[in-house]
Design a protein around this ligand. Structure first.
Ligand code: SAM
Length: 328
């Protein structure tokens, strides 16, 4: 389905708001309100909704996310069932990779095609500080397992926070030299911990790109398969690529092809707007099916904002939900 010039073909599907980490920029350490189990869509409900709307809306790709999607039981079965939906050509998952070493091959066998791994530092101690826990060794083993299992491409996303991990951009880019990894640098958005963002601000992709041009002589390159807005470069001779995702300095609202379905059953058409959303869980549980269900998605897409309202200074609004609650 289209909204103006935009064709909506990509669904970010959050299957849980729970996470096994508490990253400083994403979630508070304690006191986060977790959804009651009854408010989370069951897999049968999710599949019922998606298989109804995929054709009429024109969905082609799904990325499973959360929270941490690998902490929800039965995820392999969900992947298997999603991969059988005919319209879905591209099935991927975003993870912090703590559980990926054990799950990469079963996920691949269940029909998952590719993964995005969130990784903000290569230093074990800093990792524990940023993530308030976890174990970098497990993450690195998870990335290795993903490559070995044939999940492809394997993308690694670093949220670059000034004064926190911006000194590691070169080291992260270096991961692409010998392995087929695609490292992407994401501008830090004022969502989740907006206080940290207000204090730290963000570093623009242009700034990082010129640093990497100077250090490695990076040149524009063809990116890996994907449905997102990254712009790609490569270190000459490297196997992998480097991408820049610039939601603040060069927002990509005009080509935004995605909608989100939150774990508690809201269609959300803009990550950065708490105001527009449509509840599909309540009508679905009351018996809405077929055209009635499709109509709810059409209505949400019609209301998709033309653009988000963050100033490029990064001093935009405060957001009620964190990425974990929306589905990052
Ligand atoms: N648990 C999974 C993971 O770690 O990839 C999926 C959910 S996580 C919320 C999705 C992504 O959102 C992560 O890559 C995380 O770094 C990113 N994220 C969270 N808060 C952010 C912020 N304020 N700015 C930019 N990215 C953010």
């Amino acid at each position: 389905m289209t909204n103006g010039e935009r064709t909506i073909s990509y669904l970010r599907l959050s299957i849980t708001d729970r996470c096994n980490l508490r990253c400083v920029y994403c979630m508070p350490e304690a006191g986060i309100r977790i959804l009651p189990q009854r408010d989370i869509l069951t897999y049968d409900e999710l599949l019922g909704i998606i298989s109804t709307i995929a054709g009429p809306i024109g969905l082609r790709g799904i990325r499973i996310t959360g929270g941490e999607p690998l902490v929800r039981g039965g995820v392999l079965d969900l992947v298997k069932r999603l991969s059988k939906i005919e319209e879905i050509e591209d099935l991927s998952l975003t993870t912090n990779a703590l559980l990926l070493r054990e799950m990469a091959t079963p996920l691949r066998e269940a029909g998952l095609q590719r993964v995005n791994v969130s990784l903000d530092t290569l230093r074990p101690e800093r990792y524990r500080e940023i993530c308030r826990g976890g174990d970098l060794e497990k993450v690195m083993a998870g990335i290795e397992a993903a490559v070995e299992s044939g999940l492809s491409p394997v993308k690694i996303n670093q949220v670059v926070i000034p004064g926190v991990n911006d000194d590691e951009v070169e080291a992260m880019a270096g991961l692409t030299r010998d392995r087929e990894l695609h490292v992407r640098f994401i501008e830090f958005m004022p969502i989740g911990n907006s206080d940290l963002q207000r204090r730290r601000k963000y570093i623009s992709s242009a700034n990082l790109r010129s640093r990497l041009e100077e250090r490695f002589g990076i040149v524009p390159a063809e990116g890996p398969r994907g449905l997102g807005p990254a712009r790609y470069y490569g270190i000459p001779g490297a196997v992998g690529t480097i991408g820049f995702i610039s939601p603040l300095s060069q927002h990509f609202c005009r080509s935004c092809n995605r909608i989100r379905l939150t774990a508690d059953g809201w269609v959300r058409t803009c990550l950065l707007s708490d105001r527009v959303g449509v509840d599909v869980k309540t009508p679905y549980r009351a018996g809405a099916r077929g055209e009635e269900l499709v109509g709810l998605f059409r209505e949400a897409i019609r209301r998709k904002p033309a653009s988000h309202d963050l100033a490029p200074s990064g001093n935009g609004g405060d957001y009620i939900r964190t990425m974990c609650q929306i589905g990052g």
